[in-house]
Design a protein. Sequence first.
Length: 177
Amino acid sequence: MLFYLLLAFVIFIAVFLIYVATRNPYFLYERSGIIKATPEKIFPYLSDFQKGYKWSPYEKKDPHMQKIFRGPDGQVGSVMEFEGNKDTGSGQLEFLKIIPYELVEIQLTMIKPIPAVNKVQYKLTPEPEGTKLTWTMSGKGGFLGKMMTVLIDCEKLIADQFTEGINNLKNVVENED
């Protein structure tokens, strides 16, 4: 009897691992929100790593996060290294592309808790009622990333943090003097 239970367990694990291996490794998470301000007023918060503490949901999860800034902020190639708690992890952000008042692209290189390299994008689009901020993250998850998407709802987890960040930025910008 024990033999059959172990055999069933091994078969279950094998089927699970095969299922994980067949999943698409690429992901794209995206959220948008309207901020009642011009792109010119919003853009400095997106293109300056040192202003992230005012609105980033990750800064709020770890207010004691250690940060090192390298290069002139707001320019392609400038970097922010961070070492945070279990909720934020550690890694590096680097500006890849900056189009004033329109677009910021950042490479996010995570070291902990799970190594990964992803692209983060902030896009500003003027709308009649303000400016639409679209925050995306895309990348390739690898086997471990695919397994995580089977076990937890990564879309909801990440996208909820994006929504929180957009709302934080909305409050900062709309209540600025």
